[in-house]
Unconditional design. Structure first.
Length: 114
């Protein structure tokens, strides 16, 4: 079973940037599509962005043009570069292996506030 560990969350002012990282264990990371989800207080978890094993990306409308998902298969890591952050981006961000029963990370909190 793949294990995922997120890092990079924190407190940032509106308009600022953060880069989240998700490191995976195991030897078959490069075979899987990966995704970032987020869950704000009192809201359902939602897809933020995903990336196929070949690097094709997809974004939620709310983050298009501001967030970029990428992956480094040699480092078994997926990234989420977040620019022009807004207070409504405040949430716990999770990475996920995009398959049935795929692993989830423990989450990293992003707070956008002045």
């Amino acid at each position: 079973q793949v294990q995922l560990v997120e890092s990079g969350g924190g407190l940032v002012q509106p308009g600022g940037s953060l880069r989240l990282s998700c490191a995976a264990s195991g030897n078959i990371f490069s075979l899987f599509a990966m995704a970032w989800y987020r869950q704000a207080p009192a809201k359902q978890r939602e897809l933020v962005a995903d990336i196929t094993s070949g690097g094709i990306t997809n974004y939620a409308d709310s983050v298009k043009g501001r967030f970029t998902i990428s992956r480094d298969n040699a480092k078994k890591t997926v990234y989420l570069q977040m620019n022009s952050l807004k207070p409504e981006d405040t949430a716990v961000y999770y990475c996920h292996v995009l398959r049935v029963g795929g692993a989830w990370g423990q989450g990293t909190l992003v707070t956008v506030s002045s």
